[in-house]
Design a protein around this ligand. Sequence first.
Ligand SMILES: [Zn+2]
Length: 202
Amino acid sequence: MSKHPKLETLRILHYPDPRLRERAAEIRAIDGFLQELAHRMDELMKEAGGVGLAATQVGLGIRFIVMNPTPEPDKVQTYINPVILSREGKVMEEEGCLSLPGLFAKVRRAERVRVRAQLPNGETVEMEADGLAARAWQHEIDHLDGGLFVDRVGPAARIIIRNQLKAFEEDFRQASSHVGTAESDAPPAPASEKTRTRKART
Ligand SMILES: [Zn+2]
């Protein structure tokens, strides 16, 4: 990135913000900014009660994710240029997204994935992930490619969530018509959702 944004101004974008649909670029140079960005994204993720957050969700088009699929709050993991090398098995589970707060739907995902990424210290790691971690990897990499989990729900679930998607679209239209930026005007997630932290809200 040629210019670094002010970290305190970053907010989680909500569907249907068009920035969520952009494909993120590879990170060529690992610098101190990424460490600060990881800290800020972890903060936003925790505030929203999520297990993962992609840079595209805060309006930055770079291949960068943070996730914490563990129950321990200080176990946040930061990955640069993450890729899925292989997938195994299929599992259908309910999933949510911090860019669509309060909306949950069942999505079919690979049960296990083998992944590769760089760490903020420049080291390249390869590992296996399953369970919530496997789901988070797949969900976050979709974000980096401009995808959202609602793109992957089946036709029956699509009918069920249709009205919720329309409500997000209406909120976004209204927020966009105000002075200022849409994401800062977007309402926070309802309090009841914040307790559902162990779901794959990423
Ligand atoms: Zn998400």
